[in-house]
Every structure is written in C-alpha cells, then in structure tokens.
Design a protein around this ligand. Structure first.
Ligand code: NAP
Ligand code: MG
Length: 403
C-alpha cells in the first residue's frame, strides 16, 4: 500500500513518562506504516525543558500558531518533588498553561463513548462537550482573611483619573474577603471559540452563568455572548439548524441531567472545572476523553485530558507489564490528522483519521480493552484486559482491514 501523503507538518509536542512510551508505540504501530508522517517535532519532556530553560515550550506554541494544528503528549507539571527527581534549576511552569496563554484559547472536552460502558446518567445517549473558559475569576483572585471588625471596600482608580469605591461589607467580626476579575478581551475570545466550535462540530451551544445574582460580573459574560452571537454567528447557526441557548447555571445543571446529550456546554472557569469532572466521570473515565484547545483565530491543539500516568510508568521501569489506556492519546493524533486533512483538503488523511477511530471503537466493542475499562463494562458484555501494546496491535489489525 502506498503511504498517505501530507502537505503541511503537524506540530508534534512530545511529553513525559508513560504517555511518552505510548506516544512512540502509537507512531510505530498506527501511523508510520500508513502515513508519510510529517511533523515539526518539539520535545516537551522535562529533561529537554530543563536543558532549554523552557524555551522549547514557547517555541512549540509559536509553531502551533504558525501551522495551525498541533498534537501534544501529556507532560509533567513540576512541583517540589519533581524539582528533586529531575534535578531542575527552576520549577518550570505548566506547559499547558504556557501554551494556553500564547494561543489564548478555550478547552473543549468530550467523552468517547462505547456501547459496553453506559453513562451513569441513563438518558445520556450522545456525548456532552464541556467548553471551559480557562482564564481569570477565582483562579486569579486576590483574597485574604479579615482579622477583625472593620470596613471592606472595592475601589478602582482609572488611568484617566476616574475613581470609585463601594462598600463590600461592614465587618462586625473576623471573616474572609476576595476580589475577582476578568477581561472583556478574554471573554470575547472565549465566545468566538465556542461559536466557531459549535459550527465546526454542528452541535447546539449552551451557555450558563449566574447573572440574576451577579448583575454586573456574570451579566457581562451573558451580554458579550449575546452580542457576538447576533452580530457574527446567528445566520450560520440558522443555516446549519443549530441553536444558541442561554440559561442560568442551576437550570442548566438540571437540564443537562435530563437531556440526551449531543451539545456543547460553555462554562465559566470554575463551573467548567467542576462540571467537566462531573461529566467525564459520569461517562466513564478521563482516559476516554478527547481534549482540544481552540484559539479564537481558529488554531487547534489536540491532547489527552489525563496526565503522564506516573504510577504505571514506575511499574513499567521495573519491567512490570502495564495496561495503560492509550485511547485519549490516539484520539489526540486522529483529531489533529483529521483537522490537518480538512485544512489541506487531503481527503485520504481525513478518511484515515476516521478509520483509526473506528478501529479503536471496534476493538473495544470486541471486548479487547485495557484494565481500567474492564471494570466499567456493563452486565451482558464481556471484556478481556490486555496490555497497552497488545491493545494497540489489536487496533492495528482492524485498521489494516479498513484501509
Ligand atoms: P494521571 O497521570 O492522570 O493519573 C492518575 C491516575 O488515573 C493513574 O494513576 C491511573 O489510575 C489513572 N489513569 C490516568 N490516565 C490513565 C490511562 N490513560 N489509563 C489508565 N489509567 C489512567 O494524574 P497524576 O498521576 O495526578 O499526574 C501525573 C503527572 O501528570 C503529574 O506530573 C502531572 O503534573 C501531570 N499532568 C499532566 C497533564 C497534561 O499534560 N495534560 C494533566 C494532568 C496531570 P491507577 O493508578 O489507579 O491505575
Ligand atoms: Mg478539576
């Protein structure tokens, strides 16, 4: 068979530990034999980040902006223990945080569903995609404990001299205080990313905040979304037959539970943090989630939602057999290849990405899965646990038949 050609390289961001091992297995077994794989390679593994003083992370993000499509392996975010383990000169920042800040994007996460694993919520028939605004609010808040009785005020001093101040509370005792912010520019980017992603995937978009209580802060989010929808996307939505729907966060939660799924749920930063864990757990596991960072100007970075699976890696280093689930990492590759194919009008590449995903689903439906999934399988289905490489090889067999 002749290998499928690519015209523009994918930006490849390699990573750490168990996912780095899986990364290579996927390339060797599922990509190189079938595609004339073109990538611009950046090693975001911790040793290379240390050697380049983290420059490699920045370079990879700039490359993603330049080429438009990147695929990223999970990476270690250093903490104190990692600084010792890897003999680091600095506690380098989270690569995901660095890339997100440069690309200014929104993270979209959706579960990969199979018949044998039923969502905990019985009426969920289609995936629910969470779009999380990954900037500001409580994650960038200033807070402290109020030691004793006293007056707390919220004040602003404009560059042009305007000043105003409001009383937050006249404390009669000790308490707590917090100041949050967000920026119009960031909310606008968030809104564009969500509307574009809804159009791209032809799904309805839901958005929820608590604007009845937060009459300035959350109201700003609501109004910006409304304005951008009416001025930029309404026609396209109507043409595609999809809808934009705004509701209060508590109403949204109730509706999500009663729904069939099959839409995108845009959430403010904190809501997205909490709800994406709820949704992913109810659908199965983090190893069965796709995750893509979409920038407001339409650049894509595909990744797995889980980490580097350190516990499995230490077992792997001892020569023990590991059964780590490669699904999310395979889907990062298929997502990136499909997007590259769409942008470069390479039908064969798009079709390959689709077949790769079908081969994964067929393998799981045949009852061949990694250990983490076997325990989740519903009554009436049978499943055998295999190690990571055997799972990938089973996918390869099915992929070869399809090609
Ligand atoms: P993790 O790597 O997601 O793993 C936590 C546990 O979840 C594993 O021990 C395993 O449970 C299970 N698990 C996760 N992915 C799995 C998979 N593909 N197949 C089977 N089981 C899976 O989280 P962590 O251990 O907290 O973090 C490890 C490192 O990853 C940290 O250094 C962190 O900084 C980094 N991290 C990176 C990213 C990213 O780059 N996107 C995200 C999160 C964390 P069992 O051990 O019970 O089998
Ligand atoms: Mg969380």
């Amino acid at each position: 068979m002749e290998k499928i050609r690519m015209t523009t390289p994918l930006v490849e961001m390699d990573g750490d530990e168990m996912t780095r091992i899986i990364w290579k297995m996927i390339k060797d077994e599922l990509l190189y034999p079938f595609i004339d794989l073109k990538t611009e390679y950046y090693d975001l593994g911790l040793p290379e980040r240390e050697r380049t003083k983290d420059q490699v992370t920045f370079d990879s993000a700039y490359a993603a902006q330049k080429y438009g499509v990147a695929v990223k392996c999970a990476t270690i975010t250093p903490n104190k223990q990692r600084v010792e383990e890897y003999n680091l000169t600095e506690m380098w920042k989270s690569p995901n945080g660095t890339i997100r800040a440069i690309m200014d994007g929104t993270v979209f996460r959706a579960p990969i569903t199979i018949d044998a694993i039923k969502p905990v919520v019985r009426n969920w028939k289609k995936p629910i995609t969470i779009a999380r605004h990954a900037y500001g609010d409580v994650y960038k808040a200033t807070e402290y404990r109020v030691p004793s009785a006293g007056k707390a005020t919220l004040s602003f001093k404009g560059e042009d001299g305007t000043e105003f101040s409001k009383t937050i509370y006249d404390f009669e005792c000790a308490g707590v205080l917090q100041g949050q912010y967000n920026k119009d520019t960031s909310i606008i980017s968030f809104a564009h990313s969500c509307f574009k992603f809804a159009i791209d995937t032809k799904q309805d978009l839901w958005f929820s905040t608590k604007d009845t209580i937060s009459k300035q802060y959350d109201q700003t989010f609501k109004l910006i979304f409304e304005e951008i929808y009416n001025n930029h996307y309404k026609d396209q939505f109507e043409k595609l037959g999809i809808t934009y729907f705004y509701t209060l966060i508590d109403d949204a939660v109730a509706r999500v539970i009663r729904s069939e799924g099959g839409y995108i749920w845009a959430c403010k930063n904190y809501d997205g943090d909490v709800m994406s864990d709820m949704v992913s757990t109810a659908f199965g596991s983090l190893a069965m989630m796709t995750s893509v960072l979409v920038s407001p100007d339409g650049k894509f970075e595909y990744e797995a939602a889980h980490g580097t699976v350190t516990r499995h890696y230490y077992r792997y280093l001892k020569g023990e057999e590991t059964s780590t689930n490669p699904m999310a990492t395979i889907y990062a590759w298929s997502g990136a290849l499909r997007k590259r194919g769409e942008l470069d009008k390479l039908d064969e590449l798009v079709s390959f990405a689709n077949k790769l995903e079908e081969a994964c689903i067929d393998t799981l439906n045949d009852g061949i899965m990694t250990k983490d999934l076997v325990g989740l399988v519903d009554e009436g289905f049978s499943a055998t646990a295999v190690n990571t490489l055997d799972f990938i090889k089973a996918v390869r067999t099915r992929l070869e038949t399809k090609l």
